[in-house]
Design a protein around this ligand. Sequence first.
Ligand code: ATP
Ligand code: MG
Ligand code: MG
Length: 501
Amino acid sequence: DYVPGGYHPAYLGESYKDGRYVLVRKLGWGHFSTVWLAKDTQENKHVAMKVVRSAKSYRETAIDEIKLLSKINHTDPDHPGHAHLIKLVDYFDHQGANGTHICMVFEVLGENLLSLIRRYKHKGLPIKFVKQIAKQILLAADFLHRQCGIIHTDIKPENILLEIEDVEKLVKYLEDSQKERRLLRRVSSKLKSYNSDTSSNSIDDDNKRIPFRKSRKSRRQTLVTGSQPLPSPLRSRSNSSFVSPLQSSISTFAGRTIGNNINPSHASHQDLQSLMSKTFKESDPFSAEPPREDELEDDDLIRVKIADLGNACWVYRHFTDDIQTRQYRAPEVILGANWGCSSDIWSIGCLLFELLTGDYLFDPTEGPNFSKNDDHLAQIIELVGPISRHVLEEGFNTKRYFHSDMRTLRQIKNLKPWPLESVLMEKYKLSETDSREISDFLGCMLITDPKYRMDAAGLSNHFWLNDCSVYGYIDHEPGTRGEDVGAGCHSHGSLTDLFDE
Ligand code: ATP
Ligand code: MG
Ligand code: MG
């Protein structure tokens, strides 16, 4: 991939835009780009820089992404959703060995929600956090849909990033802890030669990311995005400032504060061993245990932003019908019916279930006699009931999956209905009240007809979110269905010129 047309072979210390930006650390990568922490020497602060592959198709996609991001930047900053979308701060071309690369500069954000799901060991986030995240994503979605005329089309945990309270402090901490880790590693290798009994600890996390049902045939697709995220900005409970998890685990050791000043020659061999097993148990020393539900304090607030507008499109100008990551794909998209803003709402429903439980809501697999789409449609029907007749009639692909009665699937005969409320109670042991309220809330997003699916503004006022302490209110009755958004159907290509500046 590091060939002409591919990724730019970036390196730490490399400078961009005539020396203005200098690369500090890799933050992540995706299909289109590598993403770097960089120092903006002009503003004397850190930024995130996305260096896009140089081939023409990637450049064109990046130019669309920049247009969409610019629309966000120039649209009503007073809307409460504006704050929950990633902001582009600069963009330019960079010449490299593999061609000309578009670089997009963003504010620095923290890890994505998939890492948070993993931190909670796929057992679900505290409901309090899910409510806060839900409200923020809905505010952001309303802003995107109604104010910007943009559909994201790729809402999923990997594309929602945590905010960092104080980037500069975090970078400073990172630098310090890198020194600390280097030192510890040196001590550790000495210890290893002393005692070769050190166990490695690699966990195949993705195998834990499963649907709640037993699959018709178990298999999972690989992720295309990777990241080396900055640590979670979750505030430490003991102290409002950011405490290094490494430091805290060290300082509890034998009642001794070692931290940066560790002096291995002062500790006994046994001390050092227990120190090592503590600090190197996790492959990522930043992965501190996040707070559990009963440990949360009143003012614990998680803040998120929607990122990666790389697949987004305009309400009145779709770029492709091949949208959304499989698990978050709406029924109208699977069936080839009209789709629109409300297709994002379906994805949000799938995402919130995953935050609550740690499992995919739908994770279709193919079998000897059925395709992923067959399985996906079957799982949807099992959860929410028959798919709306209107969508089936409109879908280009309906006949491929359904008999002519438009009720029964061709390839999968035995469906086992399991409504969301029962799933939450029986499988996830949520209380009756929680299960009822959550299934009411998610049920509004999992309506199979995009025309009747509820819109983001109305959902942001759903009673389940009443106590979630997120700032921002949209004056909109709960229960609206995108009447002023154009929820489901947009004739493709119309009003194209509007955005062709
Ligand atoms: P995709 O294949 O998902 O389309 P992409 O090449 O468009 O990937 P992004 O999804 O925008 O790239 O970014 C890739 C990863 O880089 C993200 O998942 C995230 O971990 C990290 N990242 C992106 N933007 C930022 C940011 N502003 N701050 C910190 N990390 C970021
Ligand atoms: Mg992405
Ligand atoms: Mg992208």
